[in-house]
Ligand binder design. Structure first.
Ligand SMILES: *[C@@H]1O[C@H](CO)[C@@H](O)[C@H](O)[C@H]1NC(C)=O
Ligand SMILES: *[C@@H]1O[C@H](CO)[C@@H](O)[C@H](O)[C@H]1NC(C)=O
Ligand SMILES: *[C@@H]1O[C@H](CO)[C@@H](O)[C@H](O)[C@H]1NC(C)=O
Ligand SMILES: *[C@@H]1O[C@H](CO)[C@@H](O)[C@H](O)[C@H]1NC(C)=O
Ligand SMILES: *[C@@H]1O[C@H](CO)[C@@H](O)[C@H](O)[C@H]1NC(C)=O
Ligand SMILES: *[C@@H]1O[C@H](CO)[C@@H](O)[C@H](O)[C@H]1NC(C)=O
Ligand SMILES: *[C@@H]1O[C@H](CO)[C@@H](O)[C@H](O)[C@H]1NC(C)=O
Length: 399
């Protein structure tokens, strides 16, 4: 090999390396983005991607997808495919579209190739989203769920479809139309033949749609209250649904009209004992919610259930509070009356000595006797103690 040849090979090598390094740089971003709704809940976004011809063989690129929610970039997935599917519920968005950002990402074998810039895929719902129903809730029972709602506009023909939430092909096939509509007072309803607590609902009118997860409810617990020695034993039946879930029972009670006290009971045995004061009237109410590891299911508070009654200590107090003042006032009245009747005994009228003297001077002994009689009235008094007029007439001194 000549030196010239060696130099040539060397230069060629360097040149090749430089060229290949110069060609490296940012990976190209995805292009030609499009999307398609597979059902009311699931959208699939696809794109094209042109591979640079000089990409190293073991550089296997991927696409990374984020969903932009408000200022947040929520990671969705990394994929080698040129598409991805995602579930979207209209309750999760604050405008009428979702933005996904997609970029091509490199791996350590892609010498010199950096991640691409992000491109945005904007996904609109098939119809404008709108709030069509209010207070949508589903009563769970072992066979399905009895859902009801208040329609926002009764003159619109609302249709409901539902399936288990998720984005797999199998789940998409399970979408069902509601076929057991009913009307009950202010509320419209439909019975769904699905007892899955991960159900997603789609409500549609001709012009708008909304997709959401329903509020799941169960009947309020009914308490059985029994006195056991010095305690009240409260028992109840756990909900018939979601048997694998832990339930939290919120028990509130009022005793003797005191402030209501609440506590949460998480034990599985569906029973609690409360110290019982048998002089007290008790009021109980309760509700139930699922614990941490289950989708939220809850009940309203039950009707108030009562036990016992407020007894003697309170009643005697009440009685005393009413009767004692009555007795007292009666006594006062009677003693007043008595005092009035027997005033002359209790406080005899003492004749005015000057008047007596004057009378004596003017009328002599003739008039003295009746005056003396006045002083000694007791005799007629004992026979007619109540004659007040008579007494009043006596002291008239001008006669
Ligand atoms: C690739 O990324 C590295 C580190 O961020 C940077 O130093 C380099 O300039 C980038 N190369 C290109 C071609 O953008
Ligand atoms: C864009 O995508 C559509 C459908 O996926 C396809 O028919 C079309 O050829 C693509 N265009 C380019 C430039 O890749
Ligand atoms: C969504 O993307 C569009 C461009 O495609 C942009 O104009 C808009 O501001 C983006 N919205 C959000 C919330 O990022
Ligand atoms: C669903 O609830 C409504 C209203 O409470 C009731 O009239 C109806 O019988 C329930 N349907 C079933 C199947 O339980
Ligand atoms: C209810 O829907 C009907 C039919 O689309 C419409 O004419 C009416 O204005 C709507 N009423 C309200 C209160 O939105
Ligand atoms: C309401 O919608 C259902 C299903 O789309 C249809 O069968 C029915 O005829 C509609 N009723 C009215 C009054 O438009
Ligand atoms: C009981 O649990 C409920 C719901 O989990 C909560 O709102 C309430 O504050 C709790 N009450 C007590 C007394 O801990």
């Amino acid at each position: 090999m000549t030196l010239a040849w060696q130099i040539f090979t060397c230069i060629a090598c360097v040149a090749l390396t430089v060229v290949s390094l110069c060609n490296a740089g940012k990976l190209p971003p995805p292009t030609n983005l499009s999307h398609k709704w597979l059902d009311p809940f699931t959208v699939t976004v696809s794109w094209s991607w042109e591979q640079p011809h000089n990409l190293p063989n073991n550089c296997k690129i991927k696409f990374e997808i984020h969903r932009v929610d408000k200022e947040l970039n929520k990671y969705v997935v990394q994929t080698e495919w040129r598409h991805f599917t995602n579930s979207c519920l209209t309750e999760e968005m604050d405008s009428d579209y979702w933005n996904y950002t997609i970029r091509t990402i490199s791996n350590p074998h892609c010498e010199g190739w950096n991640d691409s810039l992000s491109v945005i895929a904007t996904v609109h719902t098939t119809k404008p989203r709108a709030e069509l129903v209010k207070d949508f809730k589903c009563n769970l029972d072992p066979k399905g769920m009895n859902c009801s709602w208040i329609p926002l506009n009764r003159s619109l023909n609302l249709t409901l479809s539902y399936r288990k939430c998720g984005e797999s092909d199998e789940l998409i096939k399970t979408l069902k139309e509601c076929d057991r509509y009913y009307r009950h007072g202010m509320r419209d309803g439909c019975y769904l033949n699905v007892d899955d607590r991960y159900t997603c609902i789609n409500a549609q009118t001709e012009a708008a749609l909304s997709t959401f997860k329903p509020l799941l409810v169960v009947p309020s617990p009914h308490l059985t209250i029994k006195q056991v020695e010095k305690n009240l034993r409260l028992t109840w039946t756990p909900p018939e649904v979601a048997v694998n879930c832990d339930w939290i029972y919120e028990l509130c009670f009022k005793r003797c009209n005191e402030q209501e006290d609440c506590k949460n009971i998480t034990e599985k045995k569906a029973e609690t004992n409360e110290p019982y004061d048998d002089n007290c009237f008790y009021e109980f109410r309760s509700r139930v919610t699922t614990g941490h590891y289950c989708p939220r299911v809850s009940s309203d508070f039950s009707e108030i259930q009562t036990y016992g009654s407020n007894k003697p200590p309170d009643e005697t107090l009440t009685v005393a509070a009413i009767v004692i003042p009555i007795i007292l006032s009666l006594c006062v009245m009677l003693s007043c009356l008595c005092f009035k009747r027997h005033r002359t005994i209790l406080c005899p009228i003492i004749p005015d000595p000057s008047a007596l003297f004057k009378e004596m001077m003017m009328n002599g002994n003739r008039e003295l006797k009746p005056t003396e009689e006045r002083v000694y009235t007791p005799v007629p008094e004992s026979t007619e103690p109540c004659n007040i007029e008579k007494e009043n007439s006596v002291p008239q001194q001008n006669s």
